[in-house]
Design a protein around this ligand. Structure first.
Ligand code: 6PG
Length: 245
């Protein structure tokens, strides 16, 4: 698979391109099917994008036709500072005209996260009859993780389920989480991967040099999309300057 990657001067420029892609993808999906489903990530990188969508791009987004899902969630309640739902709610969804029925958050607070994962899979199967997410927004960890798919995790070999509980343990020292799986992401029509900052450079360089080799080490390199998979990276993550027009 070739990697479609564009380099931007900084996170601000990258976020503008992400917002443009977001709006174009949403409008195209609404034109073709009447609705647009998106699955969002947490992390720091998408925050300026959320800000742009809530302000500068607000009037050109088809808000009333959007359905909101998450690619992953931490095992915390929705009002916790670490909640991915909480981040998107505060920075974006609480500020735009979205109906509560269009918001499908993962239950990070559930006492039984295996059951919460199965419930979220049922939510996807009900809300997305052909199981296609129109737009998935992914980040990249310094270790090459994406969503909550971490290097060495058994969840990486999931072949059928769309949502899994990720258990932290000594070998995988992360707090428990819920995540979409690689097969769920592979059904996404468009995937946008955002990477900013020098700490992401080893992952970005490895994927550009040899995507197959990178896939052995970095979960993000194993992500496939049904349609387009596009990386938007800043100069610090790319290690090369953005094209100057
Ligand atoms: C999360 C994510 C995760 C994130 C990366 C990048 O819940 O943390 O969904 O996969 O996208 O860790 O995070 P940054 O954008 O903060 O670098």
């Amino acid at each position: 698979m070739t990697v479609d990657l564009s380099v931007f001067e900084d996170l601000a420029a990258l976020s503008h391109e992400a917002a443009r892609c977001f709006v174009v993808t949403a409008r195209e999906a609404v034109l073709c099917t009447g609705r647009c489903s998106v699955a969002l990530s947490g992390g720091r990188t998408p925050v300026p994008l959320f800000e742009l969508l809530a302000t500068e791009y607000r009037d050109i987004m088809p808000w009333e036709a959007m359905d909101w899902y998450w690619v992953d969630e931490r095992a915390v309640p929705p009002d916790h500072p670490e909640s991915n739902f909480g981040l998107v709610w505060d920075r974006l969804l609480s500020r735009v005209p979205v109906a509560p029925e269009a918001i499908h958050r993962m239950e990070g607070e559930a006492a039984n996260l295996d059951r919460a994962a199965r419930r979220y899979e049922a939510t996807l199967r009900t809300g997305l009859p052909d199981l296609t997410i129109d737009l998935a927004l992914l980040g990249v960890g310094d270790d090459g993780h994406t969503a909550s798919l971490f290097p060495g995790s058994p969840v990486l070999s999931e072949a059928t389920r769309l949502v899994r509980h990720v258990r932290g343990d000594a070998a995988l020292p992360v707090p428990d989480r819920l995540t979409l799986t690689l097969p769920a992401l592979a059904r996404a029509r468009t995937i946008l991967v955002l990477a900013a900052g020098a700490s992401k450079r080893p992952v970005v360089e490895a994927i550009q040099a040899d995507p197959e080799l990178a896939a052995q080490r970095y979960p993000i390199a194993r992500v496939r999309a049904a349609g387009h998979l596009t990386w938007l990276v800043d100069e610090a993550a790319a290690g090369v300057p953005a094209p100057r027009l």
